[in-house]
Write a protein that binds this ligand. Structure first.
Ligand SMILES: [Zn+2]
Length: 312
């Protein structure tokens, strides 16, 4: 926070210097087949209280003002970083107010922009143990369901020195308590996040839900290949875990997974109560993912084609 005494005592030139934050230098764009569509700009909007959506039309990013600094969830694509930064600034914040960047899962469409956003803000990146390994490598883990797509498709700008948060651990900053929930399945490190935000003493449970989508290359088997069942049991447990979270408002990593655009349009039309407050949304999101996983496991057992295209 700038001191008003400096403004009055030393004049506008000094205040201009102190107000400047490090500029964002984006990394090379990913340019995948779906990237341009995912990266359509989206004006920032309030979720509830001091929690904001700052992502693009197809890739979520959430900003939370703790009162003692900002926490950003995810950085979308490398080419999304300037859009996310601009959205944060449109809300009246400076990038160097971001203290932490917490991530969902280490695929290029959710963490591609994290390196540039961390450089520009000086924020500490927070990740599950397996996400931290993938962030440092700049690509998916060998046991990631999408590893077979290859490093050329999977790579993203490396993020060294992410701080590991344990399953169930809570990150505290100001009035914010942000809890990590390991939800492996879509990736080994997948993490969903929950926190409360309050307006005039009315507190809601917000969830940033990671992907629960069973997507892989042709050779991967969610049911495993050695008779031990693979990731299926852990994946089912992750789906059950998201379904059971206290959840008044959900933002999935792809906003379309919870019809955020439609809810926002209803809000703009003045629909009350706020359509974004949707207490069944986590359960519905998890149930849809569960059906998809079970259908996938059936196909695996029948030997059918596995790959679903351009879904992350
Ligand atoms: Zn993904």
């Amino acid at each position: 926070m700038r001191s008003p005494y400096l403004l009055f005592g030393l004049g506008a030139a000094f205040s201009f210097v102190t107000a400047s934050a490090a500029p964002l230098t984006p990394d090379a764009a990913k340019n995948c087949s779906a990237c341009a569509e995912w990266n359509q700009p989206q004006a920032p909007f309030v979720l509830y209280g001091k929690s904001w959506y700052v992502g693009t039309q197809g890739l979520s990013a959430v900003l939370i003002d703790s009162g003692a600094g900002l926490v950003l969830l995810d950085g979308a694509l490398a080419e999304s970083a300037p859009l996310i930064a601009a959205n944060i600034q449109k809300l009246g914040y400076q990038l160097d107010q971001i203290k932490y960047i917490a991530v969902s899962h280490a695929h290029y469409d959710h963490v591609g922009g994290v390196a540039a956003l961390a450089r520009a803000s000086g924020a500490t990146v927070i990740a599950s143990a397996r996400n931290a390994q993938a962030l440092a490598a700049g690509t998916t883990a060998k046991d990631d369901p999408q590893a077979g797509f290859g490093d050329k498709e999977n790579s993203f700008p490396k993020v060294k020195n992410a701080k590991i948060i344990a399953d169930g651990e809570t990150l505290r900053l100001g009035r914010l308590a942000l809890t990590a929930h390991y939800t492996p399945g879509h990736t080994p490190g997948a993490t969903s996040w929950s926190w409360q935000d309050c307006v005039d003493g009315e507190c809601l449970n917000l969830v940033y839900a990671d992907s629960l989508n069973a997507v892989s290359d042709d050779n991967y088997r969610f049911g495993g290949t050695d008779g031990a069942g693979g990731i299926a049991a852990a994946f089912r447990a992750s789906i059950a875990r998201v379904a059971a979270l206290p959840c008044d408002l959900v933002v999935p990593v792809h906003p379309g997974f919870a019809q955020l655009e439609e809810k926002l349009a209803q809000r703009a039309q003045g629909v009350k109560p706020d359509p974004l407050i949707d207490r069944g949304a986590c359960e519905r999101y998890a149930a849809a993912a569960g059906e998809k996983l079970e259908a996938r496991l059936l196909r695996e057992r029948s030997g059918a084609e596995q790959r679903s295209s351009s879904e992350h």
